[in-house]
Design a protein around this ligand. Structure first.
Ligand code: FMN
Length: 182
């Protein structure tokens, strides 16, 4: 399957992005065609309904990636109990043709113990673009973010966190396989 992962932070050393990268490696290891779009490395313009942004390379790449994906993962930092501005802005460029009928897994990283508030907001947005929210989600919070502060290679995080991530990821891929008939 084609899996698109969006890293929704505007920070170079974001733990939510490290978590997204960990998930990308996991997805590839299971044999899926996986692409990670990092909104820090490829910033998108501010969404304006009056503009068409013809020829904007990053935006064209983003929309095409989302259109072609069988399933999508969205990662966000928890900001003021919600999703990051850059992720919300990116999602405003999308519609039913990008996310409609596709399983979407939500991830968050929070300063507090859990990022449930941003995850709930993310799921509301997904619902409104007709995506299918995966019943699992992944939150890393507080000291759980420590392992994710650096870019990692093949190493595993703490066993309990790795197990939780793997379980949610498997549920996501299984739902995607069923929904997309692949
Ligand atoms: C503007 C701003 C708002 C934040 N709001 C919250 C919040 O509401 N709840 C929380 O637990 N942490 C909050 N934090 C802390 C971040 O969630 C935390 O630093 C997290 O690791 C950010 O993700 P990142 O590492 O991917 O950048 C906030 C941080 C910033 C910069």
């Amino acid at each position: 399957m084609k899996i698109a992962i969006v890293a929704g932070s505007n920070r170079s050393s974001a733990t939510s992005t490290r978590l997204a990268e960990y998930g990308a490696r996991l997805t590839r290891s299971k044999g899926h065609d996986t692409e990670l779009f990092d909104l820090y490395r490829t910033p998108l313009p501010f969404y304006c309904p009056d503009e068409y942004y013809e020829g904007h390379k990053g935006l064209t790449q983003f929309k095409e990636l989302m259109r072609q994906a069988d399933a999508v993962v969205l990662a966000t930092p928890e900001y003021h109990g919600s999703v990051s501005g850059v992720l919300k802005n990116a999602l405003d460029f999308l519609g039913k043709e990008h996310l409609g009928g596709k399983p979407v897994l939500s991830l968050s990283s929070a300063g507090g113990a859990v990022g449930v508030s941003s995850l709930q907001h993310l799921q509301t947005i997904i619902r409104n673009v007709h995506g299918i929210n995966v019943p699992e989600w992944i939150s890393i919070g507080g000291s759980q973010r420590e392992w994710f502060r650096q870019a990692r290679g093949d190493e595993q995080p703490d066993e309990a966190i790795a197990l939780r991530i793997n379980r949610a990821w498997d549920a996501f891929l299984e739902l995607a396989r069923l929904v997309r008939g692949l």
